[in-house]
Ligand binder design. Sequence first.
Ligand code: FE
Length: 193
Amino acid sequence: MADGKLLTFVKGLTVLLEQHASEEVIFTQGKKLLENLISVDDWLPNEFAQPHPQYYQQYLLYADPFDRFSILSFVWGPGQKTPVHNHTVWGMIGQLRGQEKGTLYYQQADGSYKPGSPTICSPGHVDTVSPNTHDIHEVANNHQDQTSISIHVYGGNMVKVERAVFDPITGSEKVFISGYANRLVPNLWSQSQ
Ligand code: FE
């Protein structure tokens, strides 16, 4: 039996990271693997696609046992958005369903943060973040009337990575660590995933 899509992605990225791939290679070859994963929206189990009426949801799909990477589904209800935040590790964001609006923020001389022009991500598109180049952003559901879902892949296990949210006006930072909404992760050996 052929591997399911999520398992195929996990295997591909594991092989790449086993070779100590540079960020440049991750953002080309790894990005291609993620583009394959999100090219057809037929594999994400429903329990990891559920929006919350008030908050965007993060479901853990897989975490590498050596904390080299983790895979999450982010589910945005209508109009929901993140605060301005960073990641401190590389990240790839693949749009699976709906549309998201990503806006990079740049620190100014007075300490405040100013937004760049937003990018609209449609299904099949992969965006990146990196502490080396562009790490501070805000993400919003671009739809006011439907759920949007993206698959996030980070260069670490995000429940262990300390990062920050920013007040763009004052520039003040607040440290946080992500949590996951699910207790169980997908069955990688299910042929439907
Ligand atoms: Fe982010």
